[in-house]
Design a protein around this ligand. Structure first.
Ligand code: PLP
Length: 478
């Protein structure tokens, strides 16, 4: 592709959009400018390739395609079949899975598909068998009532939120917490690591139907072989949500006991984080759960998004290339360099470092809450997000942590030397920020004091750091 093809494609698209609603075209242009300028350390974000982005903006968006490949409830889905089959094939090959379902619109949706596939397999199917019915519509009112109660009376064991688990793993504000009776496992207070003996003990006591592993803010590897043994010991279905680290699995950084695919009954992921694809989700499983997973739409999903499935096919094809493995390795090297740079300067890190793409700074070491630290860094051109730390004294809103991740900056080409500079910038801001005072004279959890001149200086240094690593270098909007 000629170097200017990407510029031409995006420029032409903006011109067409500008002809209808110029403010949208302007916002799209402004978003690119903002992304180019910010030092993005949000662990769950990345930059998808121009090919992936372009695959989403087209007439596939117009098509309804409820059903699965070759079995649709709508006519004329032959081209959707092509892209869905390609995305599924790439996903199976990339992750070594028997079955891939690429319709979920997001990570939450992928988890819902998985939960209902497990419930259908473990609760609904046996109930139908007992009632000698083929379909839920064939059940008597009494049997249907009993089944609905049974579906709502199942247990899930997942990682606690403050240890790094995700809201969709059975927590009350999410529908998963309203569906399941949930209990959590945390991490060892001394080491910050998953305590497998404790997980096994809790599983023995609680006897969950589903054991969930996976996290949003745990900076270490999880041994999925041990987790599977625990699940087997209590007859639980073992599910892994690899939304955050799918890119590290795809890039063969996480292998053996740390690759969830050979060990879990079912694996879910987002496609837009370390995997670097479009916003979306997918589910991987063996033949036992495949039929139930394929019922995701219309069970819990709205009609598939064929334009996003096309983009998933492109991104997954990219992830199968050898250079994606180099990328994944670099993501971890960069996270480790960032962690070392912070530790050397005196920062306190949860678990003392990282094995993956993210680092969790305990900002109470700087006398700050997560909220104060997040805002002070943002004022200084560094985009991160606050996050709870284990046994967080400041709760889930203010928090005591800052989560930083390297997938996005690694896509831009920054390496370990730049991570050390990034550590210096973060440490400078956090060590020069202090907690403010609230209206009643007490120390505030939200207000903070940071010299604006220092914030400006760090912002300039952050921009300078990025100048050598242009984002979408072949895209010029003019
Ligand atoms: N699962 C995990 C572990 C996540 O970290 C996230 C998002 O942050 C999700 C699921 C939800 O993904 P989405 O925002 O695409 O629904």
């Amino acid at each position: 592709m000629p170097r200017n093809a990407e510029s031409t494609a995006f420029r032409s698209a903006l011109e067409v959009i500008r002809g209808v609603e110029p403010r949208v075209a302007d916002a799209i242009g402004a978003e690119l400018a903002d992304q180019r300028e910010s030092l993005k350390l949000i662990a769950s974000e990345n930059y998808a390739s121009p090919a992936t982005l372009l695959a989403m903006g087209n007439w596939f968006s117009d098509k309804y395609a409820e059903g699965t490949i070759g079995r649709r409830f709508y006519a004329g889905c032959q081209n959707v079949d092509t892209v869905e089959a390609l995305a599924a094939e790439h996903a199976r090959e990339l992750f070594g899975a028997t079955h891939a379902y690429v319709q979920p619109h997001s990570g939450i949706d992928a988890n819902l598909v998985a939960f209902w596939a497990i419930l259908a397999d473990r609760v609904e199917a046996p109930a139908l068998k007992r009632a000698q019915a083929r379909h839920v519509n064939d059940l008597t009112e009494a049997d249907w009532f009993a089944l609905r109660r049974e579906l709502g009376d199942q247990r899930m064991l997942g990682m606690s939120l403050d240890a790094g688990g995700h809201l969709t793993h059975g927590f009350r504000p999410n529908i998963s917490g309203k569906m399941f009776d949930q209990r959590s496992y945390g991490t060892d207070p001394a080491t910050g690591l998953v305590d497998y003996d404790k997980v096994a003990e809790t599983a023995r006591e609680f006897r969950p139907l589903v054991l969930v592993a996976g996290y949003s803010a745990y900076p270490r590897k999880v041994n999925f072989r041990i987790m599977r043994e625990i699940a087997d010991s209590v007859g639980a279905t073992f599910m892994v949500d690899m939304a955050h680290f799918a890119g590290l699995v795809a890039g063969r950084v996480f292998t053996g006991d740390f690759d969830p695919v050979p060990h879990a009954h079912i694996v879910t992921t987002t496609t837009h984080k370390s995997l670097r694809g479009p916003r979306g989700g997918l589910v991987l499983c063996g033949p036992e759960l495949a039929d139930q997973v394929d019922r995701g739409c219309p069970m819990v999903l709205g009609g598939p998004l064929p334009h996003v499935m096309a983009a998933k096919a492109v991104a997954l094809a990219e992830a199968r290339r050898p250079d994606f493995a180099d990328y994944a390795r670099q993501v971890v090297d960069n996270a480790q360099a960032l962690a070392e740079g912070l530790l050397r300067r005196g920062a306190r890190l949860v678990t003392g470092g990282t094995d993956n793409h993210l680092v969790l700074i305990d900002v109470t070491g700087y006398g700050l809450t997560g909220r104060q630290a997040e805002q002070a860094l943002l004022d200084s051109g560094i985009v991160t997000n606050r996050n709870a730390v284990p046994q967080d004294p400041n709760g889930a809103w203010y928090t005591s942590g800052i989560r930083i991740g390297t997938p996005a900056l690694t896509t831009r080409g920054l390496g370990t030397a730049e991570m050390d500079t990034t550590a210096e910038l973060i440490h400078t801001v956090l060590s020069q920020t202090s907690a403010g005072v609230g209206p009643d004279g007490t120390t505030s959890k939200a207000k903070y004091v940071l010299d604006p001149a220092l914030a400006d200086k760090v912002s300039r240094q952050a921009s300078e750091l990025l100048t050598g690593f242009p984002l979408y270098p072949d895209v010029e909007l003019g």
